[in-house]
Design a protein around this ligand. Structure first.
Ligand code: SAM
Length: 335
């Protein structure tokens, strides 16, 4: 079966890399058929349970569909494809489309699809048995049957202002979840955030079933983080107060590290020079991460990337505008 991941396009490469990292974490065997900013299409014989699990994990994907066909935006081609790609299921249908192009008119495309696909399947827009999803880009049309929707509104509900402990340093939950996914952490594996602050990254890792470990130099952050994890009924966690230089006295051999280092402005560095702190941070996370383990690290400045390379191999880098005046750099390193 061909699976179509409708990517959110909130970043040019993160959504695709998040999806690929989740496929790895969930041990899905696949071949990539199409990969671009809009979609990832894979060929895979995976199970429905695994597809649901992927949707539970992902944050920068809207839907996972079964691909019916994809072709150019030419109406003749679309009509030809509808004839050779019938739906062999009975039941009512809704055709929902998203047009990501300013130059392609969606209406003739949707009409062409409706002509074929509503012939044997009655239309039911509110509660259809089959939801057809149509994604229109400047050059292509992707037509799929929805398998599962990613419940993205849940990320909005977990924004820091809705949690019991508030501090403006926390990343948006969607971004925190993507970072966790980039580590390909599996259920029951140990994930550490040694600059855990309010716990934004730990919540997202805990909710997908990782055993989470958090530490921070500020006692008040650890207390606040505990309240927040309890609020979300996350049980499998360990928290301790520690300077980054001491974490190896508490833990060893964690499976992955996901963390957002202090910015040097709004968050405390306790007067320490930011370059010195970053060097100590990488040195110490290298000590407690298992061999070949992945560290996903947020940096305030791209000039800091080579500091990490003193201790790790750099696999990927992403530049993200967190809000109008703040750009963060997220790197994936391997020990
Ligand atoms: C950018 S914030 C982390 C935000 C976090 N991801 C969240 O969701 O709230 C960085 C954190 O690093 C902590 N920190 C600063 N210097 C530290 C050090 N030397 N050792 C450990 N933690 C430190 C700060 O107290 C702060 O909570």
């Amino acid at each position: 079966m061909k699976l179509l991941f409708e990517l959110s396009k909130e970043h040019n490469t993160l959504p695709k890399d998040e999806a690929l990292s989740c496929l790895k974490a969930e041990e899905v065997v696949y071949n990539i058929v199409v990969s671009n900013e809009n979609v990832l299409v894979i060929d895979s014989d995976t199970t429905y349970d695994k597809i649901e699990r992927l949707a539970e994990r992902l944050s920068f994907t809207f839907f996972i569909d079964e691909l019916l066909f994809s072709c150019s935006t030419s109406l003749d081609e679309i009509k030809k494809c509808t004839k050779s790609n019938i739906i062999d299921r009975e039941g009512s249908i809704a055709i929902n489309y998203k047009n990501r192009s300013n130059s392609v008119d969606s209406q003739p495309i949707v009409r062409a699809l409706a002509e074929t696909y509503t012939k044997d399947n009655p239309v039911n827009l509110d509660n259809p048995d089959i939801e057809m999803r149509v994604l229109i880009t400047d050059t292509n049309v992707y037509v799929g049957l929805k398998i599962v929707e990613v419940k993205r509104s849940l990320f909005e509900k977990r924004k820091v202002q809705h949690r019991p402990f508030f501090s403006p340093i926390s990343l948006h939950p969607k971004l925190a979840r993507t970072l966790v996914n980039l580590s390909s952490i599996k259920k029951n594996e140990k994930l550490l955030d040694p600059f855990c602050g309010t716990g934004g990254i730990l919540i997202e890792a805990g909710l997908i079933g990782a055993k989470i470990i958090g530490s921070d130099i500020e006692e008040k952050m650890i207390e606040g983080c505990k309240k927040t994890l309890d609020f979300y009924k996350i049980e499998d966690y360990e928290l301790f107060c520690s300077d980054i230089g001491e974490i190896n006295n508490y833990i060893s051999d964690v499976d992955a590290i996901v963390t957002d280092l202090p910015y040097g402005k709004s968050t405390t560095t306790k007067g320490e020079n930011i370059n010195g702190l970053y060097d100590r941070a990488f040195e110490n996370i290298a000590k407690v991460l298992k061999k070949d383990g992945i560290a996903v690290v947020g940096l305030s400045n791209k000039n800091m990337i080579p500091i990490g390379e003193r201790y790790f191999s750099l696999l990927k880098k992403y530049e993200c505008r967190v809000h109008r005046s703040l750009t963060r750099y997220f790197e994936v390193y391997r020990k």
